[in-house]
Design a protein around this ligand. Structure first.
Ligand SMILES: [Zn+2]
Length: 474
């Protein structure tokens, strides 16, 4: 690992910057004051015109990126009492996890190696009914935030229960989240069925819309096979009325396709189209089994897709036709899904699996090159979520949601192509610094906004309770 100076030491910039500072000696007074300057041997911008800036830096003010340039130019034009050096680091946009059920981390490893229908109906839904309460969500959400910050996720989509509890945790830990409470046609934690669950979700949306800089409320009818056409229509109408995003599980398994075909005489995406459901505010998780015309339809309607390769593999749902979706122009992001079907919230695994499995299924090693996949994990996700005007790239005017990744470990040495390294060799453990809205959440791998000891204790206690109830000792 590279020796890291104190944040204010800025040791790494010293050599390159000394000359620039000398040249600008007379202009020092006019250097604009900012709150934070962050550097990187490489700055990955996600900007087509200049995708990588070597020896780059960004200046941050009021939580936003106000300048992106080479380190010497940034230091010549800006001054800041707080600086994070960039030696041995790549500075890139934070990862966007487009599909998760965060608090399910507490069910991690509870039921593995089962078919989706069996897993969901016989294990997950009953366990949720029995154990999910406010305390479960608080502890699960805290555990998830710890794991996500540690691995460089800066924005995540949370499709789960007790959204007010989740929002409180997100507020405290400093991450950005699109919180879309799950609504379903049968009893779920705290609810009798659709009517009360959906009324509560709409109430959450009304109370949180535009109220918090990092929390975006949304709606999440669970899936076409668990929500009736009338209720799906109700959900999309409310999303339009309150102008919020809507997310849904869609075309996840062949069983779902058969089931929807039998019930409604249409394939899942076509079924939603028939209901007038599809528009750019909708982003769908999975979409493993769309046919060609459904892919064209989603592209035409501007529906985003979140690809969850690890969950699709573990539940043997299949391989999504991602190359065809990308070719059709669909905005694609990546997700982990809940930790009960993954079993973690590690976006680096999603990145690498996406870059690998589609090469295997197409028998074409040029399929989904590293750059395309890294784009999916950042800007692609932001676009699918409808947040690309705020996050997903390193660009002036966007929120400062960025991470530094340490390039000095053995598995990243030597270095020919930084994007190749991130996609094919990078690991969650390489993430060194995490910044959201200009606030440092992790520095030099030290978490600053979560009490990991306390969370670990509470999570273990809940795990023991679940274990004792599910497998009573005799
Ligand atoms: Zn899911």
């Amino acid at each position: 690992m590279a020796p890291r100076g104190a944040e204010c030491g800025f040791i790494a910039f010293a050599g390159q910057v000394a000359l620039a500072q000398k040249n600008y000696r007379w202009g020092n007074q006019s250097r604009q004051k900012v709150e934070l300057i962050v550097g990187g041997d490489f700055v990955i911008t996600m900007n087509e015109a200049q995708p990588v800036i070597e020896n780059g830096a960004i200046a941050i003010k009021d939580g936003k990126i106000v300048a992106v340039d080479t380190q010497d130019k940034i230091m010549a034009a800006y001054r800041s009492a707080r600086r994070i050096p960039g030696e041995g680091m790549v500075l890139m946009p934070g990862l966007v996890n487009g599909h998760s059920h965060s608090a399910m981390v507490l069910f991690r490893g509870l039921a593995d190696d089962l078919k989706l229908e069996d897993w969901l109906q016989n294990y997950i839904f009953p366990a949720e009914g029995r154990f999910v309460n406010e305390n479960f969500i608080r502890v699960g959400e805290e555990l998830a935030c710890w794991e996500m910050i540690r691995s460089g996720t800066t924005t995540f989509v949370d499709m789960y229960f007790k959204p007010d509890v989740a929002a409180k945790v997100v507020d405290k830990c400093g991450l950005r989240a699109l919180i879309a409470p799950s609504s379903i046609d049968f009893p779920s934690p705290g609810f009798q069925g659709w009517d009360d669950a959906f009324a509560s979700a709409v109430d959450f949306v009304k109370r949180w819309k535009g109220k918090h800089p990092r929390i975006i409320p949304g709606l999440a009818p669970h899936a076409p096979y668990t929500v009736s056409p009338e209720h799906l229509t109700q959900a999309i109408q409310a999303a339009r009325q309150y102008d919020v995003p809507l997310t849904i599980h869609l075309a996840e398994t062949q069983t779902e396709v058969k089931d929807i075909q039998q019930r409604y005489n249409a394939t899942p995406v076509q079924h939603l189209e028939n209901l007038g459901f599809l528009d750019p505010r909708v982003f769908a998780a999975h979409v493993v089994w769309p046919n060609e015309s459904e892919i064209a339809l989603m592209a035409k309607r501007g529906v985003g897709v979140i690809h969850n390769p690890e969950s699709n593999l573990k539940l043997a749902s299949g391989f999504a036709p991602l190359p065809a979706m990308v070719k059709a122009g669909i905005q694609v992001g990546l997700g982990t899904d809940g930790a009960a079907s993954n079993n973690d919230l590690d976006m680096w695994e999603a990145i690498r699996l996406t870059a690998l499995i589609h090469k295997g299924t197409t028998l074409d090693p040029t399929t989904l090159p590293a750059k395309t996949v890294l784009q999916m994990a950042t800007l692609g996700g932001a676009e699918a979520l409808g947040l690309a005007d705020k996050i997903g790239a390193i660009k002036v005017g966007l929120q400062a949601d960025v991470i530094q990744v340490d390039l000095t470990e053995a598995h990243l040495t030597p270095l020919y192509d930084v994007i190749s390294h991130l996609v094919y060799a990078g690991k969650a453990e390489d993430v060194d610094t995490v910044i959201v809205d200009g606030q440092v959440l992790m520095s030099n791998r030290k978490l600053l906004t979560v009490d990991t000891e306390q969370i670990r204790r509470e999570a273990i206690r809940i795990g023991e309770q679940i274990k004792a109830e599910l497998r009573p000792s005799n």
